[in-house]
Ligand binder design. Structure first.
Ligand SMILES: O=P(O)(O)O[C@H]1O[C@H](CO)[C@@H](O)[C@H]1O
Ligand SMILES: O=c1cc[nH]c(=O)[nH]1
Length: 241
């Protein structure tokens, strides 16, 4: 039962899928955190793996860059492979001075310049929010691990190189923490197909100061975010066999 973009067999994916943008980060997560992991798809080198974490079956798959890309993979995972919980583990650019490099953000809502959610909702604005329980589990996990996280809104842009010079200042004025390229799309797909979604984001660069994480720092910071995502995954009741 391959789809146009996923070559896995039925049952190859777990009900919970962690999704980084970069497929190589998906491979890294499977090697670093999962036991008995095996590759289940590699169409276009968008790698997906399934294994276990503390005995719980979990998958991890890259989603690429941008709303169209994550929309394809999220839709096929939910509709064709039975995924019920999608957790984006991504990077983002900080907008506000009080948001620092390495901060982990629990994206409690996402504004966007993408039109996809308006296409879903008769051209009206859609409230792109995560599943509340997943977000709560993420906050509780952060507290247990004594990891400070930021909960707040982000902005999902179709353009990495944005032509509107006033965008950053306007988003700061609206209290938006960070900018990235997929969250609003993920929350829209989940809503459309009755799945649950959450996005955790690590601040990899700062739009105000120009600072950016070194590759080494990037790795360490992402590990902390992935541990939180896995804590959330462990809370999701496993499907009946
Ligand atoms: O690191 P990921 O998860 O890909 O996230 C961010 O990085 C990419 C841009 O460089 C976009 O996908 C953006 O959302
Ligand atoms: O989409 C992104 C990701 C990281 N930093 C940015 O400025 N934009």
């Amino acid at each position: 039962m391959a789809t146009p973009h996923i070559s896995a067999a039925p049952g190859d994916f777990a009900d919970v899928v962690l999704m980084p943008g970069d497929p190589l980060r998906a491979r890294y997560i499977s090697e670093r955190f999962l036991e008995d992991a095996r590759g289940v798809t590699s169409v276009r080198n968008m790698f997906g793996f399934t294994g276990t974490y503390q005995g719980r079956r979990i998958s991890v798959m890259g989603h690429g860059m941008g709303v169209p890309s994550i929309s394809i993979y999220a839709t096929e995972l939910i509709k064709e492979y039975g995924a019920r919980v999608l957790i984006r583990v991504g990077s983002c650019g900080a907008l506000r001075p009080d948001v620092k490099l390495r901060d982990v953000i629990v994206a409690t809502g996402a504004g966007t310049d993408s039109k996809v959610n308006r296409m879903r909702l008769l051209d009206h604005d859609f409230a792109a929010v995560p599943d509340f329980q997943l977000a709560r589990w993420a906050m509780e996990a952060a507290e247990r691990r004594s990891k400070a996280v930021r909960a707040g809104t982000v902005f999902t842009s179709d353009l990495f190189y944005h032509p509107q010079e006033q965008l950053t200042a306007t988003l700061v004025r609206m209290g938006v923490l960070a900018i990235e390229m997929e969250v609003a799309g993920l929350y829209g797909v989940a809503a459309e197909f009755g799945a649950r979604a959450l996005a955790l984001l690590t601040v990899s660069d700062h739009l105000q100061t120009g600072e950016a994480l070194s590759p080494q720092d990037r790795q360490t910071s992402f590990d902390e975010m992935i541990e939180l995502a896995l804590d959330v995954a462990l809370k999701v009741p496993a499907p009946a066999p």
